[in-house]
Design a protein around this ligand. Structure first.
Ligand SMILES: [Zn+2]
Length: 259
């Protein structure tokens, strides 16, 4: 690797870890309706403000062995792995979009950062906050006006509406058949955002891949059938797989047919 590129990746890692630190604040405060800016980072148990040297992304969690410095309460592990995942996300997207800082790099940086926050919040609370999903839908449509965008205005609108309608229908049918709520309103708005950001092919892949992997996981943990698990994380992973590895998957698949 050329030295310049190494330095760029190093900075992306550090930037990613720092942004991940902010995403952690979003993850712990948005579901509780707490403002993101009102007060400094503090331990939710003993209330002690976290000192700057105990707030270094990734490193501090390891140095403190995952415990609050004053009251020794266990710190939620998402503080560690969200920072780590964000660091790798920034590098992966830079790699995916041709190692240039083009529009698509920034577009998907915003998109997948928001989806990472959604992933953890849905996993922990079983909700997808409207304050994230609704602006995403609009941002996906708005992004079509930027030169070099990968989705047209018309495609963003129709794909967003298709995702919304499809999940609304599936959710309705599931509820009629089983009497249980299958598809939450949050999932419906999230898949609409996937449509406006990624267009029709991305939407289709995300719908198929997320439902397929959810069914597989459901079969694997069948003994806990009564336990409902959130669908949002499946959407997030499927969208990420398509956008970052989709071109490779499609090339391999076509290669099978000698195309
Ligand atoms: Zn504490």
């Amino acid at each position: 690797m050329v030295p310049e590129l190494f330095i760029i990746y190093l900075f992306l890692f550090l930037f990613g870890a720092s942004f991940g630190s902010f995403f952690n604040v979003c993850i712990s405060r948005i579901p509780r309706g707490i403002s993101l800016v009102t007060r400094a980072s503090h331990c939710p148990v003993c209330g002690t403000n976290i000192k700057p040297w105990h707030n270094i992304p990734i490193i501090s969690y390891l140095a403190l062995r995952g415990k609050c410095h004053s009251c020794h309460t266990r710190i939620n592990p998402h503080y560690f792995w969200v920072e780590t995942v964000t660091a790798f996300l920034f590098m992966l997207l830079f790699w995916r979009f041709g190692e240039t800082f083009n529009w698509l790099f920034f577009k998907y940086l915003i998109f997948f950062s928001a989806l990472l926050i959604v992933f953890v919040i849905d996993l922990q609370h079983g909700i997808i906050p409207d304050v994230i999903s609704l602006p995403l839908i609009l941002l996906g449509i708005g992004s079509t006006f930027v030169p070099g965008n990968d989705v047209t205005f018309l495609s963003a609108l129709t794909s967003g509406a298709t995702g919304f309608g499809l999940f609304l229908l599936v959710g309705y049918a599931f509820e009629k058949l089983t009497g249980k709520e299958g598809m939450g309103g949050g999932d419906i708005k999230l898949i609409a955002a996937v449509g406006t950001f990624m267009g029709f092919a991305g939407l289709l892949f995300t719908v198929l891949f997320s439902s397929f992997s959810a069914v597989i996981l459901m079969m694997l943990i069948r003994h806990q059938r009564e336990k409902i698990f959130p669908y949002g994380p499946f959407i997030v992973v499927a969208a990420f797989v398509y956008e970052v590895f989709g071109n490779i998957i499609i090339a391999r698949y076509l290669g099978l047919f000698g195309l």
